[in-house]
Structures are given as C-alpha cells and as structure tokens.
Design a protein around this ligand. Structure first.
Ligand code: M6R
Length: 317
C-alpha cells in the first residue's frame, strides 16, 4: 500500500527514518583475519561506503586484495533481495574456498540467507521500488555496526541512532529537491564529485539518476577531477559537489574553486543535511540525491516503477 505517496520509490525514500530505526535495533559482531564484501548495484555502493569505516577501525586493507579467498577470511554478501546471480556466484566460490560466509540482506529465506553460514537481516521492510533506496542506507548502517563491533564497540549508541533520523529534515529536503530538478530536466548528463566517505554517495547518487531518470550521470572521486574529468567542465554541464563538514570539507571547497576557475556551471545551491559523525554521513547525504533522481524521473515523464531493462534483482549471470 503506497499510502499518500505516488510511487513506491518515493514512499521508500521517506521511510528511511523508520527503516533505519529498525535496522539499528540489531547488533552484530565478527572475528576474522580479513573481511571481503561482495554485492552488486546499490549493494556494491553500500559496501564501498562501509569500506573506509572498517579500514579506519581495524587497520585492514579489505577490498584491495579481492583475488583469492582463504579459510581465514570472512566474506560478507550484501544484497537487498539476496537473489542476485552475480553475488550468488561469488558466494559459491567463497564457500568452495572455505571462507566464513556472512549474509547481509533484506529478505528472509533468500538464497543468500539460506546459503551463508550466518547473517544479519537489515530489517528495512519490503522494498518494492526497483531502484534501491532504504535498503541501501540500512546496508551501510549494518556494515557500520559490524565495523564498530569489530573495533570492540558492540553498542550502537543512542546519540548515533538519533542523529541520523530526522523526519522533518526529510520533508524539507523533498521540497528543495523538487524545486532543484526543474533546472535539470532537459540536461544530458550530471557529474557528481565525492571523496572520503562520500565517494560512495557520488557513485550511488549517479547510479540512481541513471537507473530511473534515464540520464547519464557519473560519480567521480573528487581527487581525480583534475586528472581528466575537468576537461568535461563547461558552462553547460551540471555538477553536484558533495561537501559536508567532515575531514574532506576544505578539499571539496577547493574543488568548487577549481570548477569556478574553469568557468564551470556553478549554481551554488546549499542543501542542508543533518551533521552526523563522518563515517555515517553517507547514510544522510544520499537522501537528497535519491530525491533528486526520483523527482527528475517524474518530471521527465519516465516510469518510476519499471526502469528500462532493469529488474528488482538481476537473477541472470
Ligand atoms: O538485491 P541486490 O541488492 O543483490 O540487487 C543487486 C542488483 O541486482 C540490483 O541492484 C539491480 O541491479 C537493480 N535493482 C536494478 O535497478
């Protein structure tokens, strides 16, 4: 039931304060030499968001040595549906190599849930929209909880929980993004620059725009801007720079200055989001981009329910 919402995607974006609350009721813990995350699409982006949290807390270099999987490894399979063929293929491989396999999914009794040794249900509630929204944020939170637990902190404290859940902010953002997309409706492409924890936000934000608004978009590591992408910058191409008050803020300010120097199309619109601790900022920062993709899709007249060529979960290899 969509209630007062027009589409499930819109309902699911707005459900995030609730879905994150239920996700954070759980607690996780793990013990192993190395943790490898596997997922596709938004679940891959969620793993990219969680990677620096784990690296920071455990000092391990996790995903850069993806090749061989050993008995001492923990392989974490991330998925909304738990049925994605590519992820299941990797699960088979990890099981053959004797790794401890953990599932993080939103679906009880899915293939990932059944075939892993243990797992965490992200508890985000049914996600009907093909473009993942609330499952994505809940996946990041679960992986952050896993990271905190592996660093010895097995409680995900109240302050952390409350900081990322703000219903009122959600509604304000909705209107702001609805107004903003009017400027973007006829564009061909949008670049999104993120760094640090928000590199994943740039990837996922641009994935959302591609998936449902059927507009080209590229999420780019901001540090790479002057090594190629800068050539694309002109008075026409719209660019989103993700710059919240974290360790990367001043670097992102220089990115904006460089764009200005190159006569980039700079309509600086400040979208305010709640400030939370750095590693959880991607959970909050993705919301305006989800709303941007949603409203852009509706305004461009595309089908929110059935994006071209896509399905909720890609069950073929
Ligand atoms: O259920 P999963 O998170 O494993 O799904 C991963 C992909 O199959 C899925 O994201 C799919 O590509 C998109 N929903 C298509 O929009």
């Amino acid at each position: 039931n969509k209630g007062n919402y027009k589409h499930y995607m819109q309902k699911e974006i707005h459900e995030q304060p609730e879905s994150l609350t239920t996700t954070m009721r759980g607690q996780t813990y793990t013990r192993s030499q190395r943790i490898v995350f596997i997922g596709c699409g938004p679940s891959y982006d969620a793993a990219v968001a969680a990677r620096p949290i784990l690296e920071e807390l455990s000092g391990n270099d996790l995903l850069d040595h993806q090749g061989p999987i050993y008995r001492e490894d923990t392989a974490v399979f991330v998925g909304q549906s738990g049925e994605t063929a590519d992820t299941l293929h990797a699960l088979e491989y990890a099981l053959q190599n004797g790794a401890l396999c953990v599932g993080i999914t939103n679906t009880f009794d899915s293939a990932i849930a059944r075939n892993t040794h243990c797992g965490v249900h992200i508890n985000a509630g049914a996600e009907i929209g093909v473009a993942s929204t609330k499952a994505y944020t809940s996946q990041i939170v679960v992986m952050a909880m896993l990271a905190f637990a592996s660093g010895g902190d097995t409680t995900f404290n109240e302050a952390r929980r409350e900081a990322i859940i703000d219903y009122k902010v959600m509604l304000k953002l909705d209107q702001e993004m609805k107004d903003l997309v009017k400027l973007l409706i006829a564009e061909q492409s949008i670049l999104m620059f993120g760094r640090g924890y928000d590199y994943a936000t740039a990837l996922e934000g641009s994935l959302k725009v591609k998936e449902v608004a059927l507009m080209h978009s590229e999420g780019i590591l901001a540090g790479e801007m002057k090594h190629g992408p800068l050539a694309l910058v002109d008075e026409i191409l719209p660019i989103v720079v993700i710059a919240t008050h974290d360790a990367c803020f001043s670097k992102q300010q220089s990115v904006i200055q460089q764009l200005r120097a190159c006569k980039g199309r700079l309509t600086v619109i400040v979208i305010e989001v709640p400030q939370v601790e750095g590693c959880l900022q991607p959970v909050v920062n993705i919301v305006p981009l989800q709303l941007l993709a949603y409203h852009l899709t509706v305004l461009r007249g595309y089908n929110v329910y059935q994006p071209r060529n896509l399905a909720n979960s890609m069950t073929t290899k």
